[in-house]
Design a protein around this ligand. Structure first.
Ligand SMILES: N[C@@H](CCC(=O)N[C@@H](CS)C(=O)NCC(=O)O)C(=O)O
Length: 279
């Protein structure tokens, strides 16, 4: 809780080494001047200060475009691929498709992915699009990792939730991400369509109840262990604050997202998406 009344709902440590600590968090909607911002702060611990728990924040990368650019870099469908590649330690080269510049529409990109959407994977001559299919491809390279089990029923459980993601969860979250983040970033249009938000809120609660119910029963989406289903579904929560998902009633989803945020692969991917540091 900040002295100005702001409250961090979802946050994480992006960089932690003896010289530098960078934390990132999303703020509640009461925060002013613009609750859609994501800020990054440099934390200074003041030696000998009367209250050792107190620290000062120096905000950086704070202007609107910077904040939204951070959200852009965390676009859930790209993030899940990047984080899974890190989790599985798969060597890769990242090429950013800058949607703000319309790079997805270039003939070169369209030749790879006729949908003209990211992400797309290239492995030699092999090209694959659809983020959840890409996750399965990555997992097939690490059959012992356990994130995509060999047993047919266990594997189908993971696949079922990945289908559910693309059929229900992804689109329910995307309404908020579009209205509160992408619209402004890609079109310069800052007014969310409140009718779309109202309709989206209804759809969101319908699916969030299902996911929350599942996570009340178990630690991860398909059971005690982490699988591709967690990466497919959890990546959308990177935008929960900035895109104002109505997550308040869903304690189990928040607990689970906290667990994902604590994973080194998740933190490293967030750090890789962090805004450039100030000079
Ligand atoms: N179902 C696809 C969705 C891909 C998608 O919609 N990507 C968005 C970014 S997150 C995109 O590239 N949008 C660009 C556009 O619509 O022009 C997947 O999961 O890969």
């Amino acid at each position: 809780m900040g002295e100005d009344g702001s409250q961090a709902n979802v946050g994480g440590v992006l960089v932690s080494d003896p010289q530098r600590l960078v934390v990132s968090w999303d703020l509640n909607s009461e925060w002013k001047p613009d609750a859609r911002m994501i800020s990054q702060g440099e934390v200074k611990f003041i030696v000998g200060a009367p209250d050792p728990m107190r620290f000062e924040l120096e905000h950086r990368s704070f202007e609107n475009m910077g904040a939204e650019a951070g959200a852009f870099m965390r676009a859930p469908r790209a993030f899940k691929v990047m984080a899974t590649a890190r989790l599985l330690d798969i060597d890769h080269t990242l090429r950013v498709v800058d949607l703000r510049k319309g790079e997805q529409m270039s003939p070169e990109y369209a030749a790879l992915n006729p949908n003209m959407r990211m992400p797309t994977l290239e492995d030699g001559d092999y090209v694959l699009w659809e983020s959840n299919a890409i996750l399965q491809y990555l997992a097939s390279k690490r059959p012992d990792s356990g994130v995509w089990p060999e047993d047919a029923r266990a594997r189908l459980d993971v696949t079922r939730w990945q289908f559910w993601d693309l059929a229900h969860w992804d689109s329910a979250c995307a309404v908020f991400a579009f209205e509160y983040v992408a619209k402004r970033l890609l079109r310069g249009d800052s007014e969310p369509d409140m009718a779309a938000i109202a309709k989206g809120t209804e759809a969101f609660h319908r699916v969030a109840k299902v996911l929350d119910g599942q996570l009340q029963e178990q630690r991860f989406v398909t059971g005690k262990t982490l699988t591709l289903a967690d990466f497919s579904l959890g990546s959308a929560l990177n935008l929960a604050g900035v895109a104002r998902y109505p997550l308040h009633p869903y304690g189990a989803i928040k607990r689970w997202h906290g667990e994902l945020m604590a994973l080194p692969a998740w933190q490293q991917t967030l750090a890789a998406c962090a805004l450039p540091t100030a000079a």
